[in-house]
Design a protein around this ligand. Structure first.
Ligand code: 4FN
Length: 225
């Protein structure tokens, strides 16, 4: 999977060099290209935004600058996603669907957003990570890249992805590791029994119990929301 990110703040994507995603980049299992929209500014002051027509607070990202940044990526087959509070909610189902693409171009807004004309011209799909006010689309873009990258071959083990589809949208059962006794609290006995069928049964029951108690909205669904 290749991600091209159009942003005014490429330095915000540094966290993607750590942990599982960082390793996936090193192993060339995924590719993340950061395109600084400011590099496509037309004037000597590197201006990328201007005041909104009609008045009001803040600044709007200029359409021609964003369009030239977009045109610097040459792939008609890539899907262009605009991270936006107006988009459809990112769900695990949507993540699996996006993971089928070879190349995603992700556009991030900042300030009051981007001139609507360039959004209408280049964007295929708007996606939101949730209903709260943010300062930019960069953190949402990182959430999307993290979740979608897990589906690229070799990024995580096959067991991890399979186990998820197995539990099918339920929350996870509790995990325990050494020591056997912590502050007087023992690890549930069944997990020490070595009886694999009993362990599996216990974990399924716990998954259901926890989901029913904490996120009943996740039950009675064929898919993760
Ligand atoms: N946000 C809301 C209503 C009106 C505006 C906002 C808001 C960043 C450029 C967009 C926010 C949330 C989830 C991108 C929010 C997301 C953004 C996202 C985002 C600066 C303009 C802005 C009703 C949702 C509270 C600022 C609601 N997922 N505007 O946050 O980019 O992707």
């Amino acid at each position: 999977m290749k991600f091209d990110v159009l942003t005014l703040f490429p330095e915000m994507f540094e966290p993607l060099n750590s942990s599982i995603i960082g390793r996936a980049k090193e192993k060339d299992l995924i590719e993340i290209n950061l395109i600084n929209i400011r590099d496509f500014s037309k004037d000597k002051h590197k201006k990328v935004d201007d005041t909104p027509y009609g008045g009001g607070a803040g600044m709007v990202m200029m359409p021609d600058v964003v369009y030239d940044a977009y045109k610097s990526i040459k792939d008609e087959n890539a899907k262009v996603i605009y991270m936006s509070p107006q988009g459809k909610k990112l769900t695990q189902k949507k993540v699996e669907e996006l993971a089928k693409n070879k190349h995603l171009i992700i556009l991030c807004g900042h300030y009051e957003g981007i001139d609507q004309r360039v959004i209408d011209k280049i964007v295929d799909e708007e996606i939101s990570i949730g209903d709260y006010v943010l300062t930019g689309g960069e953190l949402p873009a990182m959430v999307l890249i993290d979740s979608v990258s897990r589906y690229s071959e070799g990024v995580i083990t096959k067991e991890s992805t399979n186990e998820e589809s197995f539990t099918n949208g339920l929350l996870e059962y509790p995990q325990y590791t050494r020591p056997e006794v912590f502050e007087g609290e023992r690890v549930p006995e069944v997990l020490l029994s070595g009886h694999h069928a009993n362990i599996e049964k216990w974990r399924k029951e716990k998954s259901l119990e926890i989901t029913a108690k904490k996120r009943p909205d996740l039950l009675n669904k064929n898919e993760v929301q």
